[in-house]
Each structure stands twice: as C-alpha cells, then as structure tokens.
Design a protein around this ligand. Structure first.
Ligand code: ARG
Length: 445
C-alpha cells in the first residue's frame, strides 16, 4: 500500500510497527470531518491558484462521493483497516476515484494540522449534541417535578434526616447543575479556535487570507487564520476542556443515580423504577436491581480516567506534534459516547418513575426533621439562636430518653423548656408543608 510518507524509506515497514502504530480502527470516527476538512482545503488551494478549476471540480466530486458514502454508512462496511489512519485511507480512496489529481490534495497540508482540524469539528458537533441531550433530560426532570409538585421529602445532610424539602426543589437542584453544565459546554465550544494552515508546525507558503472562511454546512464556526502554527499542532486543550466538562457532567449524573438507587431501596422505598429499566438476579428470584443507575455511577470513573489519561499523555511532551497525541482520541470518543448514552437513558428512565407517597409520608413523621423549625420559633420569640439551639437540644434529649413523641409530651414539660412552648404550638410547627412554606429566603425561579 502506498504510504503518505514512503519515499524516503528503503525498507518496508515492519508488520509489528504497522499494527502498533495504526489508528484507523478508532479514528474512522473522524471520516466525515476529514472529508469536510478536505473540501475546505481544496477551496484554499483553488484560491491560491494551486488547483485549476477542472482539478478542483474533480477533487470536489470525489470527496463529495466519499462523504455521501460516509453519511449513508456504506463507507464503514467496506473500510480497509490495513491503512495507517483515516487520513491516509481517504487519500487512497480519492486517488482511486479522482485519479492523479488526488496527489495534489495534500499540498501545503500535514496530518498534524489535519487531525487537529478534524478533531475540533468532531468536538464542536458532539458538544452541541450533548447540550441538546441535557436539555431533553432537564425537560423530563421538570415534568417529573411538576407532576409531583405536592410531594415533600425529608432533606438530608450526612445522609441523616435534616429538614423537609419539596421534591420540586430537589429536582431544581439538578436543573441548576445541568444548566451550569450547558454553560461549560458552550464555553468549550466558544474556546475552540478553528484555524488551518499550520502545516506540519511552521505554516505553509499560502497566504493566510486564503484560509479565512465563514461558517458553512458542516463547519459550525468561522475559520480564522493561524496565529501560531506551533501551538495549533501542539495544543490539545480543546480535548482536555471537553473531557473535563464531561467529567463534571458525569459527577452530577452519578449523584442523581446514587440518590435514585437509595430511594429505590427497601429502606427508603421512595420510588419505583419501571421494570424495563431494571434487571434481575440469576439466583435470587425476588430481585429487581437498579443496574442501569449503578452503571451510570460506574461509568463516571471512566470519564474521570479519560480526562486524567489525556492530561498525563500531554504533560511531558516537547513542542510541537508528537505521536503520543494519537492517544487523545479514544478517551475523547468514549467520554462523549458514555455521556450521551447516560443522558438518553436517564431521560427515558425518568418518564416512568413512580413516587411512593405513603413511604415518603412515613419518613416525614420523624419529629427530628422539625427541630430547626422549633428553634426558629423560639428565635422569633426573641430567644438568641444559640440559646434556642441548646433548649431544643435538651427537648430532643428528653424525647430520646423518654422514648416519646414531642407531640405526646405534656404542656408542663414543654413549658419547662420555654414558657411559650406548648402542644398546640408544636402541632403547628411539626408539619412538612408548614416547614417548607416557612422558608422564605429562597427566591425560586
Ligand atoms: N494518527 C495521527 C494522530 O492521530 C495523525 C497524525 C500523524 N502525524 C504524523 N506526523 N505521524 O495523531
């Protein structure tokens, strides 16, 4: 097979080396972007008068037909994976389709800037797709929250009963996280500079003005002139930034999954997850396991690992391009795939989640949940907060010692704690709705 770089060599490449260095098995995901990049590049070559009108037309026709077969999927069925990478393979295909003129395609171009351009286009596409999927999940969460607007649940800190909160507010917390994620994805999108003309590392003899182009179909932002060719071929910040945003998204979704796993346990019994989203046990016939949610939690480890992977690959590399960088792609592709899959599956899972109001209500009977509200009552009567905290602490101690409910204590005991405290007052305070409504500091959106 004709290599892009064969001329200088007297010997055929060792088979072990070929197998070791090949990337086509994974970088074929860049096929579409490679064609789009080449279609743009032939325009640059034409502007620089390095192609005649007829040559340009021939190359365009050939590249377009390859692009069509990529979009239709046929390309991947027939792909020859003995080629070194997707860039070499598309070059070889074009030579077959367009003939000798294809030998001009690589004029003033190196795979060093080609791979950057292709991967940046891939990132731009995937960042947008991820935003769209987050919006769908957020909409489903919002629907679930609105449908169950009246449900109040115990709020937890340290996984201990804290203060009642509304289920709506609980889901709104995830809305906040997801919208920060969207902002981060948008920032990553904005931070990607699309340039071409870096060549191998030093630029090319084509004037920079020829490289400038407005956004077009397949190229979602304008292409600027390269301001530093060395940086363009050395930089993988856009990959690391994407991976770090995906790691943060993973962390958020993993916490959501963890809450749902707890809520689906017998001990909580707050929710029932649709059978279609659970799995069973090969041994224990009664089991209905939240494996999907556990896999979401587990996949987050892969997302973190992928970020660290690329950071470590990059940290010791001398400028400019080094082949180590070939290892940036698998983690990148995998992280986008995992994140999008998780977003899709969570969106579907949420459509059929049922809340078990009775179990939730049982938990809300726990009077500990209202201790802060009782202290707040004393504060509003003029008691300094620290004193109120200590008085209600004593009241809770009495409750624990006597193994009784606060609402069963007699007025004499209550009044001994604080003169204004009595059964009627406690009855008003020990109420989930009252507790939630009493919180006025939050200006809900
Ligand atoms: N497959 C390579 C990569 O992904 C493409 C660039 C190869 N460049 C080179 N000079 N060998 O990084």
């Amino acid at each position: 097979m004709n290599k892009l770089w064969g001329g200088r060599f007297n010997k055929k490449t060792n088979k072990l080396v070929e197998n070791f260095s090949r990337s086509i098995q994974f970088d074929q995901k860049l096929a579409k972007y490679d064609c789009i990049g080449s279609l743009y590049h032939i325009n640059v070559l034409r502007k620089a008068k390095l192609l005649t009108v007829a040559e340009h037309a021939k190359l365009k026709k050939g590249l377009k037909s390859i692009l069509t077969s990529i979009e239709k999927g046929a390309f991947f069925k027939n792909i020859d994976t003995t080629h070194e990478d997707i860039h070499s393979y598309i070059q070889a295909l074009l030579e077959k389709k367009a003939g000798m003129v294809a030998l001009k395609l690589h004029t003033c171009r190196s795979r060093n800037d080609q791979v950057v351009f292709d991967t940046k286009l891939y990132c731009l596409d995937q960042l947008t797709k991820t935003v769209d999927l987050i919006i769908l999940l957020d909409e489903t969460l919002h629907k679930t929250a609105s449908k169950n607007k009246d449900i109040i649940i115990p709020g937890y800190t340290h996984l201990q009963h804290a203060i009642p909160i509304s289920l709506y507010d609980y889901f709104s917390a995830y809305h906040e996280m997801l919208f920060r994620d969207i902002d981060r994805l948008a920032d990553a999108f904005v931070n990607i500079e699309l340039t071409f003309g870096a060549g191998a590392l030093a630029g090319t003899f084509i004037n920079h003005s020829h490289y400038v182009q407005k956004a077009t179909k397949g190229i979602p932002k304008p292409i600027k002139s390269t301001t530093n060719a060395i940086d363009v071929v050395s930089d993988r910040d856009y990959i690391i930034e994407s991976l770090s945003v995906l790691a943060i998204i993973g962390m958020h979704l993993s916490r959501l999954a963890e809450d749902l796993i707890l809520w689906a346990s017998k001990e909580f019994s707050f929710i029932d997850i649709d059978d279609a989203f659970c799995t069973g046990s090969s041994l224990m016939p009664q089991k209905k396991n939240p494996d999907v949610l556990e896999l979401i939690r587990g996949n987050t480890g892969v997302l973190y690992g992928n970020l660290i992977n690329v950071l470590v690959v990059m940290k010791g590399l001398p400028l400019s391009y080094n082949r180590d960088m070939q290892h940036d792609k698998e983690p990148l592709f995998k992280s986008f795939e995992i994140t999008q899959q998780v977003l899709e599956i969570l969106t579907e899972l949420f459509k059929n989640i049922a809340f078990n109001k009775e179990s939730i209500a049982k938990q809300l009977d726990d009077e500990f949940l209202y201790a802060t509200d009782i202290a707040d009552y004393l504060v509003q009567k003029g008691v300094p907060f620290k004193t109120a905290h200590s008085l209600i602490g004593t009241l809770i101690q009495t409750k624990i010692k006597k193994k009784t409910n606060l609402l069963q204590m007699d007025d004499k005991t209550l009044k001994s704690i604080y003169p204004d405290l009595n059964k009627a007052v406690l009855k008003k305070i020990i109420n989930p709705k009252q507790s939630v409504q009493a919180k006025k500091s939050v200006k809900r959106k």
